[in-house]
Design a protein around this ligand. Sequence first.
Ligand code: NAD
Ligand code: GLY
Length: 364
Amino acid sequence: MADSSQIVSVPLAERGYDVLVGTRNLGEAGDFLCQRADVSHAVVITDQNVEEPHAVCVVESLAEADLQVDLLVVDAGETSKSIDMVDGLWQQLLELGVDRKAVVVAVGGGVIGDLAGFVASTYGRGISLMQVPTTLLAQVDSSVGGKVGINLPGAKNMVGAFWQPVGVLIDTAVLDTLPQREYRSGLAEVVKYGVILDAEFFEYLEANIAGLNDRDAKVLRHVVTRCCEMKAEVVGQDERDQTGQRAVLNYGHTFCHAIETVCGYGKYLHGEAVAIGMICASRLAERLGRIDAALTARQRDLLTSLQLPVEVPEVDHDALLEAMTRDKKVEHGRLFFVLPSRLGHVELVGDASLDDARAALENK
Ligand code: NAD
Ligand code: GLY
């Protein structure tokens, strides 16, 4: 393990695992895996944007660790999270003679992590999974915590499982090849962690805007490690998203999902919609007397410095409100929002009305 690498443990007893965060450590994938799983065959699943050089580097490392290695490459993009793609991958695993001594290694962003993870959770009633996330969003969020799944037409992430990996290997240097817009989108999730769980971390982000914008290796290692620590702690408390503790990760997401639905998937990247959603949620918290305007302004300033959007798009607000009432976070007709009560602390709030939500959209 390189001197600068750090290990974060996900505290889930027999399902617990390590997240290794380093820079230029993809070549450690083979040793990292063999120290944590008794496997002899690895099937690396990636997409065509990540295959060269990152997935190939992982394949070489796994082969050097004396594993039989196969590489499966799927189309990049959200449409690959489909049952047709899963079916195709199941068939390929069968043809490759994959058995219980095999591990699926997901090398890619959240799409590949969710898709390959779902395949691992179902093939042969479940085989081992290792995550090697290559987008910032996947490094700070989706690769940790075991949520895997695919979309149904018109229903995102509707079919899936909780399937924890045997380990997560993160190389922040792979972010060098990530398109700028994808990178910035991941930064929104990073800011989210500061607002919901760690005021000091939020201050660190405010103090390191240049390092964040320049993808400075030291800043990125600290940021990714701290986000993984927070995610690990939340997942350790509420693995299956049942007690409300894991729901804090959905800060900004009720507004975000409505914006994604009404504007059409593709107009905004997820993190961009999260950035706008966080500002709406913060304004809602202001309206309910939970925080003052200064906290919303701080979030807006930080997100803007990271070149993320913060303005609600010019669409019909009734359509946004209707989409919100159809969101998964509606229970017994009540809208639930994750709202800050101070920097670094949020609560699940069930007493906001649709009028309050409308005012937050309209910035009244
Ligand atoms: P993505 O996986 O589609 O990746 C974005 C784009 O970047 C793709 O074109 C991909 O090919 C490319 N790419 C990835 N790594 C690259 C690299 N290092 N260099 C160059 N290009 C690279 O998108 P994403 O934002 O990572 O993930 C979004 C998905 O994650 C959604 O499907 C969402 O539902 C899911 N998600 C899951 C969880 C969870 O807990 N399981 C949490 C959040 C989001
Ligand atoms: N990304 C939200 C969760 O993992 O619960």
